[in-house]
Design a binder for this molecule. Structure first.
Ligand SMILES: Nc1ncnc2c1ncn2[C@@H]1O[C@H](COP(=O)(O)OP(=O)(O)OP(=O)(O)O)[C@@H](O)[C@H]1O
Ligand SMILES: [Mg+2]
Length: 486
């Protein structure tokens, strides 16, 4: 039975619960500080992994724009000239190492410019050298990330840096190298070392506790993850690791941090990758409690200190044990963006009514599904397309079966009918990939005659079971794929 919510807070004047992308969201006004913040700040981890919408950019903005103490800069690599960077390859190194020296230089020059910008007017040797180097090569004290590797050569002098290689002073370092040239890495590393040492000196003088760089949007513009792009991403990870190791005990730790979509990380392969995953990375994970806290923090900031879930929703039962919150959560992959999108969609529905005060009702939540489901499909496109451009053929096979749950044979039959010549995945591989992105889960039988659905996002430890016979499509796709309950 519906009862009027006590001390209801009207949503009439609210435009939205926030933008779904941290870039466009006023996230710093209602940022929720999680464990991830502490672990990144302490330097325990340098690789932050998360699915789309898990909160990577929100963290980056917190560090780079929030009033945290450390000195931080956000490096947004959307639109980065990857093709130019691709030419800065170290022909003297193995495949995986080929981009480590260019990234190391990239990090060095960014950290140097950051330290200089925070010690305006400093006149000691290290400040002078950094300033001169930036002016000689980039025409000024600050530099855009697009410009770092653009020059065909770097100019050096006794006023800036003069690294030596095998006893010879370098006066220039060419960034354009031919295949036969194996000295690029050695020369560039010698310069980066000097620049990083000067940076630490300068930062120490300025009393900076640490210097941080935050690499965000590394996935932008990837339509398929090419071998070259994979090598460049691996190179960045290795470069960050060496910089951190070298300067851990320098008095001013240098802490570049990489924020990467987990599906891309899972595709990279190089030795030490497991070690990094185990010890130096963190996965952004949310549960019902932390997501509710995220929502509550938003409500308070937008609607006042007494706002919370109960004051913006009608007090009524959806189905016996199924309230609005669990109804919403079960349609998400437990990611902040999903929750915010669902709530915004429900708000659109609510606004169609003239009620005052205006709160979210069951019909609002139920009717929000259509808009939400379309959103979820396009988020999945962004993730899955990079690995498997034909995934739609598999989703259409599910639609053709038309029920939420299905048997393996049903899928095999529909998929084989739809599979195009260019689609490389067999039915078995298709199911496994859908599982990996939690588009489907499989039925797990327990020893006592019971059964449950194993989804990657809720039971990551379960792993894929290639003998599974019954599957279920994620609830969030029900409307998009036009499925019905069995
Ligand atoms: N700690 C947090 N506190 C408050 N809001 C958050 C937090 N983390 C994420 N959000 C919100 O969740 C939404 C998605 O987060 P964000 O844009 O950071 O995801 P992302 O991981 O960068 O996704 P993508 O891979 O698509 O770039 C945004 O609206 C953001 O403001
Ligand atoms: Mg982002």
């Amino acid at each position: 039975m519906a009862t009027a919510t006590k001390s209801a807070i009207s949503l009439r004047q609210l435009d939205s619960f926030g933008d779904v992308a941290a870039e466009d969201d006023a996230v710093l006004e209602y940022f929720l500080t999680t464990d991830a913040v502490t672990r990144i700040k302490n330097g325990d981890v340098f690789l932050v992994l998360g699915r789309k919408g898990a909160g990577k950019t929100a963290l980056v903005r917190h560090f780079a724009e929030g009033n945290g103490k450390g000195l931080s800069r956000r490096l947004n690599l959307a639109g980065y000239p990857w093709a130019i960077h691709a030419q800065r390859v170290d022909h003297g190194s193995s495949d995986v190492e080929a981009y480590v020296s260019s990234w190391r230089y990239f990090i060095a020059v960014q950290l140097a410019a950051l330290a200089l910008s925070r010690t305006k007017g400093a006149t000691d040797e290290s400040a002078k050298a950094i300033r001169q180097f930036l002016i000689d090569n980039y025409g000024g004290e600050s530099l855009q990330i697009d410009d770092v590797l653009k020059p065909s050569k770097l100019r050096l002098s006794s006023m800036s840096f003069e690294p030596t290689v095998l006893g010879c002073k370098l006066v220039t370092i060419a960034l354009d190298r031919s295949k036969g040239d194996h000295k690029f890495g050695t020369e560039l590393n010698a310069l980066s070392d000097q620049m990083l040492a000067a940076t630490v000196k300068l930062a120490r003088k300025a009393g900076a506790p640490s210097l941080m760089l935050h690499f965000d949007e590394l996935d932008q513009g990837i339509s398929t993850l090419t071998e070259e792009r994979a090598r460049m991403l691996s190179g960045l990870v290795l470069a960050v690791r060496t910089v951190r190791q070298s300067f851990r005990d320098s008095g001013v730790p240098l802490k570049p941090v990489i924020y990467l979509r987990s599906d891309l990380w899972d595709k990279l392969s190089f030795s030490d990758k497991n070690k990094i995953t185990e010890k130096l990375s963190l996965r952004l994970e949310w549960d019902s409690d932390s997501l509710l806290e995220l929502v509550t923090t938003r409500l308070r900031a937008k609607l006042g200190p007494t706002a919370r879930w109960e004051t913006i929703t009608q007090n009524e039962q959806l189905k016996s044990s199924n309230n609005k919150w669990t109804f919403i959560l079960s349609r998400t992959f437990l990611r902040p963006r999903d929750v915010i999108k669902f709530m915004n969609s429900a708000l659109v529905q609510a606004k169609k009514r003239g009620d005052n005060p205006l709160v979210l009702t069951n019909p609002d939540v139920v009717n929000a599904r259509e808009m939400y489901s379309n959103y979820l499909k396009s988020e999945l496109d962004d993730e899955i397309m990079a690995h498997w451009p034909h995934w739609e053929e598999a989703l259409q096979s599910c639609s053709a079966i038309s029920t939420m749950t299905f048997q393996r044979e049903e899928f095999d039959a529909q998929y084989e009918q739809r599979r195009s010549a260019a689609n490389p995945l067999t039915a078995e591989e298709a199911l496994e990939t859908l599982y990996r992105f939690s588009v489907i889960g499989y039925e797990r039988r327990s020893g006592y005659g019971g059964s449950s659905w194993a989804f990657q996002y809720t039971n990551p430890e379960a792993g894929w079971d290639n003998r599974a016979t019954r599957f279920k499509v994620h609830l969030g796709l029900k409307e998009f794929a036009k499925l019905r309950e069995d």
